[in-house]
Design a protein around this ligand. Structure first.
Ligand code: SF4
Length: 370
């Protein structure tokens, strides 16, 4: 779960490992320590809810669904922070937060047009750990795990094991970028880049800052939404180092529903703004989660209250296992028209679809006057 790193981050990672071993020992004894949002991010990540039985017990879910859920979780594991589970209403199968993490048997029988690599990313993978889809920016696969496993994830089948980066491989990746002066922005994605230790991230950032063409470093992450404590002093120092180099630091969080956001999130976003980080949100339009104008309007308002601009509302990528979240374009456009009527323009995220092989995301512009 936690990416192990070498030498300088040894102490930090040893602590995480020790906490994880302690937790495994407790669970073997049938003890499930409850880790709340106030705990350190290392503690929260080392004690994720990863057992379907445990989720069923915590949320009083129907026993009749347990077996099929267990089968789905064997194909794509359950992983969810306890603080996120705390926000879910017990016994409510249509809770918008539960929907996002609940393994379901139907994931195992996808329709034929839902595939394992919906964005053809394996054709844009010129170097281990690197995706080069667009002209001026590249994406680094900076981790193989996330703080939460979202059932609709378009990378749920991604071969992370073939893309893990040692420091030597990261250095090779830097050499690749040196031969591409047109690349002026690097995006850390994953998995979730903030699963890494601060020491490892700082080593990577320091190497990138030596590239003369670099203008921006962007992080795509859902961790600050589900474990806001991840925005700790070491990470803020990393962001400050980017600003001090004259480059821009951008953090794109991923929240789909206003109920995910709490005062811990607000505090984390305030600290990031103080460290000169530009904050955006990207959401995915998901059936049964946020396919109503009230949820979308409340999400945009709530994000802006925390200093985050709604940036993208993505249509679902047709990944095998996620078809239960799918929404027809006609419905999506109607919802978007309702959002446009409700929200000021700066709170209206761009409705977008990623098209495999296209030079940019497709921004959809339904006729808002209809
Ligand atoms: S956090 Fe992002 S990358 Fe990780 S499982 Fe969720 S959607 Fe996928």
């Amino acid at each position: 779960m936690i990416t192990r790193t070498a030498t300088s981050s040894h102490t930090e990672d040893s602590t995480i490992l020790h906490q994880k071993e302690q937790c495994v020992h407790q669970k073997e004894q049938g003890i499930y320590p409850h880790v709340r949002a106030e705990a350190s991010w290392q503690q929260q990540l080392s004690q994720l809810v990863s057992s379907v039985d445990e989720l069923w017990r915590l949320l009083d879910l129907p026993q009749s669904l347990l077996e099929s859920a267990s089968a789905a979780a064997r194909a794509f594991p359950l992983r969810v922070p306890q603080a996120f589970v705390d926000k879910i209403q017990k016994g409510k199968l249509d809770d918008p937060l539960l929907r996002q993490i609940l393994p379901q048997g139907l994931e195992l029988t996808p329709p034929p047009d839902f595939v394992t690599d919906p964005l053809a990313e394996l054709h844009a993978n010129p170097h281990r750990g690197l995706l080069h889809k667009y002209q001026s920016r590249v994406l680094i696969i900076a981790g193989s795990a996330c703080a939460i496993n979202c059932r609709y994830c378009f990378r749920r089948h991604f071969p992370y094991e073939d893309n893990q980066l040692s420091q030597a491989q990261f250095d090779e990746l830097i050499q690749h970028l040196e031969t591409h002066p047109e690349v002026n922005e690097v995006i850390f994605s994953g998995g979730d880049p903030l699963i890494n230790s601060n020491a490892r991230l700082q080593r990577w950032v320091d190497a990138l800052l030596l590239l003369p063409q670099l203008k921006r470093i962007r992080f795509h992450t859902r961790t600050p939404v589900v474990v806001p404590a991840r925005i700790d002093e070491g990470l803020l120092a990393l962001f400050r180092s980017i600003a001090q180099s004259g480059r821009n630091a951008i953090l794109v969080v991923h929240s789909n529903h206003p109920s995910e956001l709490d005062h811990h999130f607000d505090t984390a976003m305030r600290k990031l703004r103080d460290a000169q980080v530009t904050l955006f949100n990207q959401a995915v339009l998901l059936r049964g989660v946020n396919d109503h104008v009230d949820a979308q309007a409340a999400l945009s308002e709530r994000l802006f209250d925390a200093g985050v601009l709604p940036y993208y509302l993505h249509l679902l990528d047709p990944v095998a296992g996620a078809h239960d979240f799918s929404i027809h374009d006609t419905e999506a456009f109607e919802l978007y028209r309702q959002m446009a009527a409700r929200l000021p323009g700066f709170l209206l995220p761009r409705l977008a679809r990623e098209v495999p092989g296209a030079p940019a995301k497709q921004i959809l512009a339904p006729n808002l006057s209809e």
